[in-house]
Write a protein that binds this ligand. Structure first.
Ligand code: ADP
Ligand code: MG
Length: 252
């Protein structure tokens, strides 16, 4: 089953065409990684997929239901507020810079969204949040504040916070780029564990060997277009396009 489908997505900022006819789909249980140089449009694509930006053209479809649908001229027409709210329940987003509430404890950071937005019973949410913290190796940190944690720990809290909403798809935008190299591994490990549990994920990353190992499909973007995509080992070890080769050679 397709959890997400994006068809012919176009996005401009002023005259700057940032996304040009991007299409992708994500099957349930799939891990799709998006790689590409800085400025190629990866974050904008994630922001369009997660309704933080509006697409100018194309369709956005969650679980077979249109969140935005192209009209006869190709322009994206978005659904009602209620329809967008429903779509939002399907995904979680983990940012590069963690985006935790600094004045909330770890536990409150994780439990607020399911209680306030999800309207779920407090005791159930707290029990689940503690399970998630245990899974993230942070069982002893529930009362800590973000500033008391390392970057890797903060990022694990933000992954727990996203999971607490029980999303069908988890999006990551360069989850390790703000971390010191020695803390990167712990986050990649957590994401690999989620992949082993068949969590559906879309991951923008500069970690090439991680992308090769964890993904079912890799998309290489450059200049707002998908230049090449395919099976991870094939794409990373044996790229066909010159632009892909040039990009990957920087990581060797
Ligand atoms: P990436 O994540 O691949 O580095 P981005 O999606 O952040 O790329 O950016 C793609 C292009 O869109 C860049 O040229 C960037 O300057 C531009 N851009 C991104 N966000 C905005 C914005 N809010 N307003 C104007 N231009 C933007
Ligand atoms: Mg980016």
């Amino acid at each position: 089953m397709k959890l997400l489908e994006i068809n012919h997505c176009n996005k401009k900022f002023g005259d700057n065409e940032v996304l040009k006819d991007i299409s992708l789909s994500v099957e349930e249980g799939q891990v799709v990684s998006i790689i590409g140089p800085s400025g190629s449009g990866k974050s904008t694509l994630l922001r369009c997929a997660t309704l933080l930006e509006t697409m100018d053209g194309g369709d956005l479809i969650y679980l077979g239901e249109y969140t935005a649908k192209a009209d006869e001229t190709g322009k994206s027409i978005y659904g009602t507020k209620a329809e967008l709210q429903k779509a939002r329940q399907h995904f979680g987003l983990v940012f590069q810079n963690f985006n935790l509430f600094p004045h909330y404890s770890v536990l409150k950071n994780i439990t607020e969204p399911p209680i306030l937005i999800g309207k779920r019973p407090k005791d159930e949410v707290y029990a689940e949040a503690r399970e998630l913290l245990k899974k993230m190796g942070l069982a002893d940190k529930e009362d800590a504040y973000p500033y008391q944690l390392s970057g890797g720990q903060q990022q694990r809290v933000s992954i727990a916070r996203a999971l607490a909403m029980k999303p069908k798809i988890l999006f990551f935008d360069e989850p390790t780029s703000a971390l010191d190299p020695e803390l990167t591994g712990e986050i990649l490990h957590v994401i690999k564990e989620l992949a082993a549990e068949h969590m559906t994920m879309v991951i923008v990353t500069h970690e090439m060997s991680f992308a090769r190992d964890v993904s079912d499909h890799i998309i290489f973007m450059d200049g707002g277009v998908i230049v090449e995509e395919g099976e991870p080992k094939e794409l990373i070890n044996n790229p066909k396009q010159e632009r892909t080769k040039a990009f990957l050679s920087r990581f060797q």
